[in-house]
Design a protein around this ligand. Structure first.
Ligand SMILES: [Zn+2]
Length: 289
């Protein structure tokens, strides 16, 4: 599932490519992937210029020149792929559609831009979609108005992190990290990676975690997310790695999906348990309950 670093990779990649371009056409053969009326497409999208591309949590926000924005929900298997005569870019869910001939059977929405390029929204599982909102109403969207702070923003200080943890003192830390109302955009991979880095057992309650470890966790979250973004998330550039292995977007992982392998820090065997209803990876020696 594309998480914050993958969505941020999409955002940064597209920012260089589509801002300033006009949308000539947008079409879909799957209504749920583009739940926008023809009338609205004609009036509010076609022939409008893209002026910005932002992100809130895992939601991509393409700003248009008419104070409206396209909201792109990648969900489980969404990806955005840009293709022009001379340039290719793709990021999001890592699969062959990032690098293959498009459109293909996972293509749900095609956007044509005024420089002859095309932007494909591919989504195998069809849980994602693109809709439109007036800019003034975006923050009122229920899941956005309750969303916690962006972990990579300047405003996300240790003080704020600590206060938000304190509100959830009796909850298990993994569940707290996955709760988008506490911090925006941390999913399963980055929760496991951050907890391993900070040497905290995922089932520990917040109130059982020392001040020093809370500080370590705060720093780990930021470091893990930044490292992943630096590696380019799941762009088509690194989608097939040097060994020809596919889906390299978790290749940086120190603990995620490494069950049965040796901990890079202490050499003990990584195990997998259930925490917050999710498959959770940890080192039983570094991360004690
Ligand atoms: Zn270990």
């Amino acid at each position: 599932m594309p998480e914050l670093p993958e969505v941020e990779t999409v955002r940064r990649g597209l920012e260089k490519l589509i801002v300033g371009k006009k949308i000539i056409n947008i079409s879909s053969d799957w209504q749920k992937s583009l739940p926008i009326t023809d009338n609205e497409i004609n009036n509010s999208i076609k022939n409008h210029e893209i002026v910005s591309i932002g992100r809130r949590g895992k939601l991509l926000i393409i700003g248009l020149d008419n104070s409206r924005s396209l909201l792109i929900h990648l969900r489980m298997t969404g990806q955005m792929v840009y293709r022009s005569e001379s340039y290719r870019f793709g990021a999001g869910h890592p699969n062959d559609s990032l690098i293959g001939k498009l459109p293909d059977k996972s293509t749900r929405v095609i956007m044509e831009l005024d420089n002859g390029s095309r932007l494909f929204f591919n989504d195998q599982r069809k849980f994602g979609f693109i809709n439109i909102s007036e800019n003034s109403k975006i923050n009122q969207i229920p899941f956005l108005n309750k969303m916690g702070p962006e972990p990579l923003s300047q405003d996300f200080t240790y003080k704020i992190f600590k206060a938000r943890m304190k509100n959830r003192a009796n909850s298990q830390i993994k569940a707290v990290l996955l709760d988008q109302k506490v911090i925006a955009g941390i999913g399963n991979i980055y929760a496991d990676e951050s907890l391993w880095m900070a040497k905290i057992h995922p089932l520990k309650k917040v109130l059982e975690i020392s001040e020093a470890k809370q500080r370590a966790l705060y720093e780990s979250i930021i470091e893990v997310l930044n490292t992943s973004i630096e590696k380019g998330g799941s762009t088509d550039r690194n989608y097939v790695d040097a060994e020809g292995k596919k889906g390299s977007y978790i290749s940086f992982a120190k603990v995620f999906r490494r069950e049965g392998k040796k901990c890079y820090r202490c050499g003990k065997t990584i195990i997998k348990i259930r925490a917050a209803g999710r498959g959770t990876h940890l080192c039983p020696n570094c991360q004690r309950i």
